[in-house]
Design a protein around this ligand. Structure first.
Ligand code: ARG
Length: 231
């Protein structure tokens, strides 16, 4: 980890793909990045005695940025999986997620994942959605930069479905009041989010886990959770 200039405060350089409400997004009315992940990493850093410097990077550029030591950690709704574990360390899981599908409201032919054969599906680049949908035989996969691009493509008729993380799909439809689309119930996967840390930075991993544990014990985690997900 790097040290800050002047004041001597330690700075935690955080990478995130700010395109994933309610985990990380930017509101027109506020210049600070907002969301569950943003509140959580600020609380973790504070607990560790660090200040945060959050960099907005494309989702597929996050692990390379961590490997290149341009950032110290990634918090970006990132799913813990074995493939990524070859390149990064993960914190303990901090959120249970999974993949669901969004289709147009008038869609009749697609009610479950097995209906996707012969259909066009949009996914965000570098995500578990991209990997999982590519495993389904006979699907034409359109890989786009952000979930917002995927939803736009769906509304424009360029694809028949979007596969993306359930809480993000739900937030897009209920909180953002997206018109003309609906989320389907079926879950393709169950996934846990973790904070990614440089492969050689076991010490930072331990600090992050200790801070996360503390926040779970002292009720701070629950407060942040309730703020974004209610209850
Ligand atoms: N959970 C999925 C994954 O790890 C998607 C995460 C996308 N995050 C984002 N900020 N766009 O691949």
């Amino acid at each position: 980890t790097s040290s800050g200039s002047g004041s001597g405060a330690k700075v935690l350089k955080v990478g995130s793909s700010i395109d994933f409400a309610p985990f990380e997004f930017q509101d027109e009315s506020q210049k600070d990045y907002q969301g569950f992940d943003m509140d959580l990493i600020r609380a973790i850093a504070k607990e560790m005695g660090y200040e945060v410097d959050i960099q907005n990077l494309g989702f597929d550029g996050l692990i390379p940025a961590l490997q290149g030591k341009n950032i110290d950690v990634i918090i970006s709704g990132m799913t813990i999986n074995d493939e990524r574990k070859q390149n990064v360390l993960f914190s303990d899981p901090y959120y249970q997620s999974g993949l669901t599908m969004v289709v147009r409201s008038d869609e009749k032919a697609i009610t479950k994942f097995s209906d996707l054969k012969g259909k066009k599906v949009a996914v965000q680049i570098g995500t578990t959605s991209e990997a999982e949908v590519k495993k389904i035989e006979g699907v034409e996969v359109k890989v786009l930069n952000t979930p917002a691009d995927c939803f736009m493509e769906l509304k424009a008729g360029g694809v028949d479905a979007v596969v993306n993380d359930r809480p993000v799909n739900d937030y897009f439809i209920t909180k953002n009041g997206a018109q003309g689309v609906k989320a389907l119930e079926e879950k393709l996967t169950a996934e846990d989010y973790g904070i990614a840390i440089g492969k050689d930075n076991k010490e930072l991993q331990e600090k992050v886990n200790a801070a996360l544990k503390k926040l779970k014990e002292n009720g701070e985690y629950d407060k942040i959770f309730a703020k974004w997900f209610g209850e």
